[in-house]
Design a protein around this ligand. Structure first.
Ligand SMILES: *Cc1c(COP(=O)(O)O)cnc(C)c1O
Length: 388
C-alpha cells in the first residue's frame, strides 16, 4: 500500500454491514460491566479494551491504531499536546541518576522541561551540537540512558544524522527519542532509522487546521508498556473530539504536505534572490549545510523554513511584519494559513552559538497560492525600504 492510500485507510472500523465511513465520537467516563465476573477482569484488560474512560474510547483507540500504522510502530498513543508527548516520552525512559543528551536545537519548551522538571528529579541533562553525528560517542557516559533529537532543529533547521546517533546510543544501551513534527512519518520514517520513540505535535501537520492541540507518541514493542504506564500514571487522556479531528486531518495529510512543500520551496527560492535576505535556511535546498543528510534520509520537506534578513532597524522590521495581508504572526504552524514570525535562537542555545546580526524569520508556508504570498512579501519589503 502506498502512503497516500494508507492515510485514507488507517484507523477506520470495518464492518460487513452498513456503516458510516468515519469512526464515531464516543464521549464517556464510565464503562458498564454486565456481570461481576467481567468486573473482576477489569485490572487484566489490555490496551484498546473498554474499561474506563481514562483508558480510552473507541475514538482514541482508532487514532492510536492509525498512528501506529502510519509510523510503522508497534504502538501509538494520543496525548493532549505535542509538549505532553515529549514530556511523557522522556519520563517513560528516565529515572533519577540518568544522563540525558538533547540536541541543542531542540524545541524551546522541551529544553525548558529538561532544565526544570527533569533536573529537579535528578536527571543529568546535557545539550549536544545538532551536527555532531557519530561524534556524539564522546559524550556518552555509563549512565547515559536516552538521546532526545529533533531533526531538522527548531528555528535553525540542522538535519541530524539519526542513524549514526542511534547506532551509538544502542551500543550504549540508550534509547533514541525523536521529535518528528517537521517531516511527519510521510517524509521521514523514524523506525527505519533506529528511533525508539517517535513524537509528533499533531497540533501541526497531522491536524492541519489550527483548531486543536494534540500530540502523538509511537514506540517500539520493547518500550510500549513503559510509555503506556507513564501516560496513565500522569492521567493523560485526550478528548474524543480532538481524537476525531486528528483522524480527519490524517485523511488529507499527503495532499496538504505536497502543497506545503511546493509552496515553501517556491518562497525559499524567491527569498534567496532578494537583496534584503542574507540566506535561507531550508534543508531541501542544496546550499543548506546538512542538505546531504536530508537527501539521504528524507523523502520530502514540509512547509516550515527559516529566512535570515540582513540587519535592519526595529522600525523597518515592524513595517515589514505589521501589515501582512496573508501571513499571520503567531505561534504554532502547519495549518492551512501561512505564518511569519521573528525568532531568536541566541537565547536558547548552550553547546552551539548563534551570532548572526540580522533578524531570523520563521515561515510556515500555508495553502494559499504562492503568487499571493510572494505579492505579500514584496509589499512588505517595499514598506521596509520606505521605513529606512
Ligand atoms: C509545536 C511543537 C511542539 C509542541 O506542540 P504543542 O501541541 O504546541 O504542545 C513540539 N515540538 C515541536 C517541534 C513543535 O513545533
Amino acid at each position: 500500500m502506498k502512503e497516500e492510500t494508507r492515510v485514507t485507510q488507517i484507523g477506520r472500523q470495518r464492518s460487513t454491514g452498513r456503516h458510516f465511513v468515519n469512526t464515531a465520537i464516543h464521549r464517556g467516563s464510565t464503562v458498564l460491566f454486565p456481570t461481576y465476573e467481567q468486573f473482576l477482569e477489569s485490572p487484566t484488560l489490555g490496551r484498546h479494551e473498554l474499561n474506563y474512560g481514562a483508558e480510552g474510547t473507541p475514538t482514541s483507540f482508532a487514532v492510536e491504531q492509525a498512528i501506529a500504522e502510519l509510523e510503522g510502530a508497534a504502538a501509538g498513543f494520543i496525548v493532549p499536546t505535542g509538549l505532553a508527548a515529549v514530556t511523557t516520552g522522556l519520563m517513560a525512559v528516565l529515572k533519577a541518576g540518568d544522563h540525558l543528551l538533547i540536541a541543542d536545537s531542540i524545541y524551546g519548551p522541551t529544553r525548558r522541561f529538561a532544565c526544570s522538571t527533569l533536573m529537579r528529579f535528578g536527571i543529568d541533562v546535557e545539550f549536544f551540537p545538532p551536527e555532531l553525528g557519530a561524534g556524539i560517542k564522546s559524550l556518552f557516559r555509563p549512565n547515559t540512558r536516552a538521546v532526545m533529537a529533533e531533526s531538522p532543529g527548531s528555528l535553525t533547521f540542522e538535519i541530524q544524522d539519526i542513524p549514526a546517533i542511534a547506532e551509538v546510543a544502542h551500543k550504549h544501551g540508550a534509547v533514541v527519542l525523536l521529535d518528528n513534527t517537521w517531516a511527519t512519518p510521510l517524509y521521514f520514517k523514524p523506525f527505519d532509522h533506529g528511533v525508539d520513540i517517535s513524537i509528533q505535535a499533531a497540533t501541526k501537520y497531522l491536524s492541519g487546521h489550527s483548531d486543536l492541540l494534540a500530540g502523538t507518541i509511537a514506540t517500539t514493542a520493547a518500550l510500549s508498556d513503559q510509555v503506556y504506564h507513564q501516560l496513565h500514571d500522569l492521567g493523560m487522556t485526550s478528548a474524543p473530539e480532538d481524537c476525531y479531528l486528528v483522524l480527519r486531518g490524517l485523511r488529507t495529510l499527503s495532499v496538504r504536505l505536497e502543497r506545503h512543500q511546493q509552496t515553501a520551496l517556491i518562497l525559499a527560492e524567491w527569498l534567496a534572490g532578494r537583496p534584503e535576505v542574507e540566506r535561507v535556511l531550508h534543508p531541501a535546498r542544496p546550499d543548506f549545510p546538512t542538505h546531504d543528510l536530508w537527501k539521504r534520509d528524507f523523502t520530502g520537506a514540509s512547509g516550515l523554513f527559516g529566512c535570515l534578513l540582513k540587519p535592519v532597524s526595529k522600525k523597518q522590521l515592524a513595517a515589514f511584519l505589521d501589515e501582512m495581508r496573508y501571513f499571520g504572526m503567531g505561534f504554532s504552524w502547519g495549518g492551512f494559513e501561512s505564518l511569519l514570525i521573528p525568532c531568536n535562537p541566541r537565547s536558547s542555545r548552550s553547546s552551539t552559538t548563534w551570532e548572526e546580526p540580522g533578524q531570523l524569520l520563521r515561515i510556515s508556508a500555508g495553502l494559499e497560492h504562492p503568487d499571493d504570498l510572494i505579492g505579500d512579501l514584496t509589499e512588505g519589503f517595499a514598506r521596509m525600504a520606505k521605513a529606512a
